[in-house]
Design a binder for this molecule. Structure first.
Ligand SMILES: C[S@@+](CC[C@H](N)C(=O)[O-])C[C@H]1O[C@@H](n2cnc3c(N)ncnc32)[C@H](O)[C@@H]1O
Length: 310
């Protein structure tokens, strides 16, 4: 079934981790959008792909300006990257990492910056400090090592291989197109029966080579979205105790808001100062009706955890 709204039985976790990954918000996103599913799911800020892999549309056009993410997923889609290749690669490279330590991580990083191999990208993504993806102004991956030479233990390799297998299975029989592109190239391709889901970087955060996002970008995205020929939804932050997102008003005339609150526990006490309200802005007419049992704001209590969950 490709249409929305619906809730996934179990959220599929992708093998690539990115800043702003929406794993926790997937059920919220999928249950608030109304879409027949006849056209293409268009996702111009793909990131980890977690939303795509759970929506599982029959047809999709997905893209990101970061070529490494797209090459990795396209490789799985075309069969160039298989679970057995990933397993053999991680076993071999993990063994060298545990033998030579930190030095070997930096060797793989140098090799990746020269040859751009998607498996080296996976290795770095899963062994860099805090699982961060960051590129310098020359487009070189520059995140330091997580300092765990035994990172690629058997259980961790199995987990990654299973994540690759899960998305490979989801891709079977689907007509998906993966492109390296800026969102400006993709939005004009949308047609009436398509649905566009957008998750741009937060303004002023994570500013690296691929994730710079300015006020001007945010304004242009709102303008171009308002004239899309189809339904769309956009994820952004709404407010915390100190600030409200000033860009929200750009969307207010043509979208409805559905909100989602994270409340962080710090130690044993709930610390509301750390709460953050996320919002899904949905083009009017494409929002799912609120179920009798559902509140307008979905609340999730989270514990202070490392930045990215495996
Ligand atoms: C917040 S992340 C998307 C996260 C994704 N929804 C997930 O759950 O993993 C934003 C993505 O937009 C991409 N990006 C940044 N600027 C872009 C641009 N101008 N055009 C297309 N993609 C861009 C980044 O590379 C990044 O992967």
């Amino acid at each position: 079934m490709n249409s929305l709204p619906r809730k996934p039985n179990k959220v599929i976790i992708p093998p690539i981790k990115t800043q702003g990954i929406k794993t926790k918000l997937v059920p919220f996103i999928m249950s608030n959008i109304m879409w027949e599913g006849d056209g293409r799911w268009i996702e111009p800020f793909l990131g980890s792909g977690v939303v795509l892999f759970n929506v599982q549309p029959q047809r999709a056009l997905v893209s990101d300006i970061n070529p490494h993410i797209i090459r990795f997923y396209r490789g799985i889609y075309t069969g160039e990257i298989t679970t057995s290749k990933v397993q053999a690669y991680l076993e071999e490279e993990g063994r060298k990492l545990s033998q030579f330590g930190e030095e070997y991580y930096y060797e793989v990083r140098r090799r990746f910056n020269e040859l751009r191999d998607p498996l080296d990208f996976l290795f770095l993504n899963r062994s860099s400090f805090n699982g961060i993806i960051r590129f310098n102004s020359k487009g070189e991956f520059n995140v330091p090592f997580c300092r765990k030479p035994d990172r690629f233990r058997r259980a961790y390799i199995t987990k990654i291989v299973n994540q690759v297998r899960a998305i490979h299975e989801v891709m079977q029989g689907k007509k998906w197109e993966f492109r390296v592109a800026s969102w400006q190239e993709i939005l004009p391709l949308a047609q009436e029966s398509d649905f566009v889901y957008m998750d741009p970087p937060y303004v002023g955060r994570h500013a690296d080579y691929y994730t710079r996002w300015t006020d001007q970008d945010a304004i242009e995205l709102a303008q171009k979205s308002s004239s899309l020929p189809c339904g769309f939804a956009l994820s952004m932050w709404k407010e915390n105790k100190y600030r409200k997102n000033p860009h929200l008003q750009l969307w207010s005339e043509f979208t409805v808001e559905r909100t989602f609150a994270h409340f962080y526990h710090v130690g044993a006490t709930e610390n509301l100062r750390n709460s953050m309200i996320e919002v899904l802005l949905i083009r009017k007419g494409y929002e799912a009706p609120l179920g009798a049992e559902e509140e307008e704001t979905t609340t999730v209590r989270m514990y202070q955890l490392p930045l990215f969950l495996d």
